[in-house]
Design a protein around this ligand. Structure first.
Ligand code: HEM
Ligand SMILES: CC(C)=CCC/C(C)=C/CC/C(C)=C/COP(=O)(O)OP(=O)(O)O
Length: 283
């Protein structure tokens, strides 16, 4: 297979759609900090994000080739489908993560540490220690998912301020809605792979109520960001409206549990987080 095809396969191991939204949280947090724009740091954040987030995601995929081979949703991924050898994948992963860390070091040590925390919580906390054993797994994966926004804030301000922590908490509050409905939609996959996500080991009411609590917290956190940082009223207002729509969709799912109603919540969820991070800098 040509080098281009192997490079494409490695890129697919970074889960481009997920990485894209994570990059929106990086740049959204950078701009939400409200500091003057440093073009050099803004440009450096691209290799930081693609290398750090992409490399960690690809490492998670490398370590989960057994699960991916079982799930219908993931068995066509580059490693289960032999588009890359293990050696080619691990060399690419190491290169990506090195690029991310080196680029981060050109900005400041807080951005480097955000990558290290993302690597730790995703690979150790989530992939190795909890994903296959406990439903609290998404807490560790969620903290990993919150690190890009913290890194973006640190790239703008030079430290982890309360605003950056609030934005990271907003990502964390969004995670249950993002994951548990796509898990429910693919419930047979997760059962076959013995992954104890909450929808697999409990019922719609239990995980639905936790999601309701988490996205109401998301709306509260977005208003807290506005009151403490003086920016983001439009983001808080719009995200509150989207959370209300999400609550209506979740209520419909809990009254009429179905894969389609679950997928509808999953697809809608992306807009909630995107609105917060795209608009947080503005009034
Ligand atoms: C514990 C953490 C997370 C878990 C378990 C998780 C799980 C998943 C799963 C199972 C999918 C479906 C992938 C597929 O179609 O094969 C997915 C897609 C996606 N994830 Fe995540 N995710 C996590 C964190 C995040 C974070 C932090 C973000 C961004 C802020 C994110 C953004 C996305 C996006 C944009 C997609 C594609 C959505 C679509 O296809 O419409 N994920 N995620
Ligand atoms: C700063 C930095 C490096 C942060 C890392 C950000 C990051 C990659 C977060 C995603 C976390 C995660 C657990 C995704 C899903 O994995 P999964 O294995 O459950 O998804 P799958 O079933 O689709 O493979």
């Amino acid at each position: 297979m040509s080098f281009i095809k192997k490079a494409k396969a490695l890129f697919n191991m970074t889960k481009p759609a997920q990485m894209g939204l994570l990059l929106i949280t990086v740049y959204g947090a950078y701009f939400a900090a409200g500091t003057s724009i440093n073009i050099r740091n803004l440009l450096l954040l691209l290799p930081v994000g693609i290398g750090g987030i992409g490399g960690v995601t690809a490492l998670n995929m490398y370590l989960e080739v057994d699960i991916d081979s079982i799930m219908a949703r993931t068995r066509k991924r580059p490693l289960p489908s032999k588009q890359l050898s293990n050696t080619e994948a691990i060399v690419g992963i190491i290169l990506l993560i090195l690029i991310g860390i080196i680029a981060a070091d050109f900005i400041n040590k807080y951005v480097v540490f955000a990558i290290i925390m993302g690597l730790f919580f995703d690979i150790i906390g989530y992939t190795e220690l909890t994903k296959r054993t406990t439903a609290t797994n998404i807490l560790f994966g969620g903290i990993a998912g919150a690190m890009p926004s913290l890194g973006g804030w640190a790239a703008a301000t030079g430290y982890y301020g309360i605003g950056g922590i609030l934005l990271a908490l907003i990502v964390l509050a969004w995670i249950p809605m993002h994951i548990w409905f796509i898990v429910y939609y693919n419930i047979d996959d997760y059962k076959n792979a013995s992954i104890p996500m909450l929808p697999v080991i409990s019922n719609e009411k239990t995980f639905g109520n936790i999601v309701v609590f988490s996205i109401i917290s998301l709306a509260i956190l977005s208003w807290l960001f506005y009151f403490l940082e003086g920016r983001g009223m439009i983001a808080a207002s719009l995200s509150t409206i989207l959370v209300i729509i999400a609550l209506l969709k979740i209520n419909k799912f809990m009254r009429y549990p179905s894969k389609n109603n679950a997928l509808s919540v999953f697809k809608f969820a992306n807009s909630v987080i995107a609105v917060v991070f795209v608009l947080a800098r503005f009034f």
